[in-house]
Ligand binder design. Structure first.
Ligand SMILES: Cc1cc2nc3c(=O)[nH]c(=O)nc-3n(C[C@H](O)[C@H](O)[C@H](O)COP(=O)(O)OP(=O)(O)OC[C@H]3O[C@@H](n4cnc5c(N)ncnc54)[C@H](O)[C@@H]3O)c2cc1C
Length: 460
C-alpha cells in the first residue's frame, strides 16, 4: 500500500504541473492522463537497468506498481478521450478517428497494456511458465507503439523526446555494463546459487528447477533465456549471484547504534544472532557489503555485552570506511568470528598502554578489565578535534592518561608524536601497543633500546 502511495508521487506532481500550465482547463487536462501513463510506462522500464547498474534491488518491487499505475492511468486516458468524443460527436465510435495513426496507435497501446496487466499475476505465471516470459516481451512493441503515439499526438513535444531518450540511454548503459561483467568473468566465478531479486527465490544449480524443465546440475549460464522464476515469473536477467559462503560462514549482525564520536570516528554497536566470546584486545572480522559485493575488515572490540559488540572505527577513504559512512541503525552486516592474540598477560607487572587513533579500541577493552591496578595510557591523535572517548577514559579507575597532539599545541596536552623517552617506567613494565605501524615500529625500537622486553602489539 505504502509503495503505491510513493509511486503515485510522480503522477500527482505531473498532474499538478499540467493543471497549472493549462490554467485548470479540465477537459484538456484529463486527456493529459496519457502523459502521466507514459511516464509510468517509462519508470517501469527503468527498474531493470537501474538494478543492473546499481546492483541494488530497492526499486524491484516498484516495477509491478509502475505497471499497474501505467495501465490504470492509460485506461483513464482512453475513457476520458472517448467520452470527450461522445460529447462532441454524440457517438463513441467515429471510424475517421481510427484512421489517424496517432489515435490508432493509442488504441493498440491500450489493448496491449490491458493484456499485459491482466496476465501480470502469479496464477498466469504458473499456468504459462516459459510462455509467460514470451508474452511479456510484448512490452517492447508496446513501448514503441506508445512512443509513436505520444510523439505524433504531442507533435514531438520535447518532454517525450527527453523521456524516451533517457530511457534508451539508461537501458544501453545497463546492457553494456552487464556485457562488460560477463566479459571480465565477474558473474561466473564459482557461483552456484543465484537469487531472484524481486522475490528472493534461490536457484541452486545442484537442484535445478525440475518443474520448470531445468534438470538438477544445470549451470545457471546454460538455462534457456525463456526460463522464468517459478515464484514471480521474472527472467534470468533479474537473478544475481548468491554468495553461499557468506551465509554459511557468518553470523548476521544488526546495527544497534552508529554514532560519530568525532567527524571521522564511528562507534558501531552490533547485535549478533549468536553470542561471541571475546577476550579484551581481540578483534572481530566483519563482513560488509557494497556494490562490488562482500568484503571483510577487522575491527577490535571495544566492549562486548551479551550479544552486543562495540567497535570504534576510523572512517577512512577506503572501501570499509566508505561503506561505514553510509551505515545506519537497522542495517544488517555480519560477523565472521572473533580472533587475536593481542590480549592481557596474566601477570601483576605494571602496565603501560600506547595507542594512536582507533588503536585505542582494544586498549579500552583491556583497561576496563584492570579496575584495581595503576596503569598508564599514552594516546596520540592529530589534534583536539580528533579526540574521542575522553570521558570514558576519565572514568576508568586508577588510569593516568597522557594525550599527544601531533599537529596542535594546547595546554594540558603533550605536543608532537608519542615519545616514550619523556617517561620513566618501572623495569618490569609490560607494554601494550596498538595503532599505526610507524608508531609501533619506532616505539618498539625505543623500548628495546631501554631494555624492555615485555612488549605486545597489534598494528592496523
Ligand atoms: C587486527 C586488526 C584490528 C583492527 N581494528 C581496527 C579498529 O578497531 N578500528 C579501526 O578503525 N581500524 C581497525 N583496523 C583497521 C581496519 O581493519 C581497516 O584496515 C581500516 O579501517 C582501513 O580499511 P578501509 O577498507 O577503510 O580501507 P582500505 O580500502 O583497506 O584502504 C587502505 C587505506 O588506503 C586509503 N585509501 C583507500 N582508498 C582511498 C582513496 N580512494 N582515497 C584516499 N585514501 C584511500 C584508506 O584511507 C585506508 O587508510 C584493524 C586492523 C586489524 C588488522
Amino acid at each position: 500500500m505504502l509503495r503505491y502511495l510513493f509511486a503515485l508521487v510522480p503522477g500527482i506532481i505531473l498532474f499538478l504541473a499540467f493543471y497549472f500550465m493549462k490554467s485548470g482547463e479540465a477537459n484538456v487536462l484529463l486527456r493529459d492522463f496519457w502523459r502521466i501513463s507514459f511516464v509510468y510506462l517509462v519508470l517501469a522500464l527503468m527498474v531493470t537497468p537501474i538494478i543492473t547498474l546499481t546492483k541494488k534491488d530497492t526499486f524491484a518491487p516498484y516495477r509491478r506498481t509502475f505497471w499497474v499505475l501505467a495501465f490504470l492511468v492509460a485506461a483513464a486516458h482512453g475513457i476520458v478521450y472517448f467520452y470527450a468524443e461522445y460529447i462532441y460527436q454524440k457517438t463513441f465510435f467515429v471510424l475517421e478517428h481510427f484512421k489517424a495513426l496517432d489515435v490508432a496507435s493509442g488504441v493498440v497501446a491500450i489493448i496491449i497494456i490491458a493484456f499485459l496487466a491482466i496476465t501480470s499475476n502469479n496464477i498466469s505465471i504458473k499456468l504459462m511458465k516459459g510462455n509467460w516470459k514470451k508474452l511479456q516481451s510484448l512490452v517492447y512493441p508496446l513501448f514503441l507503439i506508445a512512443a509513436f503515439h505520444v510523439a505524433f499526438a504531442s507533435r514531438f513535444d520535447s518532454f517525450y523526446m527527453i523521456t524516451i531518450g533517457a530511457l534508451i540511454l539508461l537501458r544501453t548503459f545497463a546492457y553494456l555494463s552487464e556485457k562488460q561483467m560477463v566479459v571480465s568473468g565477474k558473474t561466473s566465478a564459482k557461483v552456484t546459487r543465484y537469487r531472484c531479486v524481486p522475490c528472493g527465490w534461490i536457484y541452486d544449480e545442484k537442484y535445478g528447477d525440475p518443474d520448470g524443465g531445468i534438470a538438477p546440475g544445470t549451470r545457471f549460464e546454460d538455462i534457456p533465456d525463456n526460463w522464468v522464476c517459478p515464484v514471480c515469473g521474472v527472467g534470468k536477467g533479474d537473478f544475481i549471484p548468491y554468495e553461499d559462503a557468506y551465509e554459511e560462514e557468518n553470523t548476521p549482525a544488526t546495527v544497534v547504534t552508529a554514532t560519530l564520536l568525532n567527524p571521522t570516528t564511528l562507534e558501531l554497536v552490533l547485535e549478533t544472532e549468536k553470542k561471541f566470546e571475546v577476550i579484551p584486545g581481540q578483534y572481530g572480522r566483519v563482513a560488509l557489503k557494497d556494490r562490488d559485493g562482500i568484503f571483510y575488515r577487522s575491527y577490535s572490540v571495544v566492549a562486548s555485552m551479551d550479544k552486543k559488540l562495540v567497535f570504534c572505527i576510523k572512517l577512512s577513504w577506503g572501501r570499509g570506511g566508505n561503506t561505514l559512512k553510509r551505515i545506519k541503525v537497522g542495517d544488517v552486516v555480519a560477523v565472521e568470528n572473533i580472533y587475536g592474540s593481542f590480549v592481557l598477560q596474566n601477570s601483576i607487572d605494571p602496565k603501560v598502554f600506547i595507542a594512536t587513533w582507533t588503536g585505542l579500541a582494544p586498549i579500552v577493552n583491556m583497561l576496563r578489565q584492570l579496575p584495581n591496578e595503576d596503569k598508564i595510557l599514552l594516546f596520540g591523535v592529530q589534534d583536539a578535534a580528533s579526540l574521542f572517548y575522553t570521558e570514558l577514559l576519565k572514568n576508568i579507575p586508577r588510569l593516568t592518561t597522557h594525550t599527544f597532539l601531533s599537529r596542535e599545541e594546547l595546554p594540558g596536552f603533550q605536543h608532537g608524536r608519542i615519545d616514550i623517552s619523556k617517561f620513566h617506567f618501572p623495569k618490569e613494565s609490560e607494554f601494550y601497543m596498538c595503532g599505526n605501524p610507524a608508531m609501533i615500529e619506532k616505539t618498539i625500537a625505543d623500548l628495546k633500546a631501554q631494555g624492555f622486553t615485555k612488549i605486545y602489539h597489534e598494528q592496523f
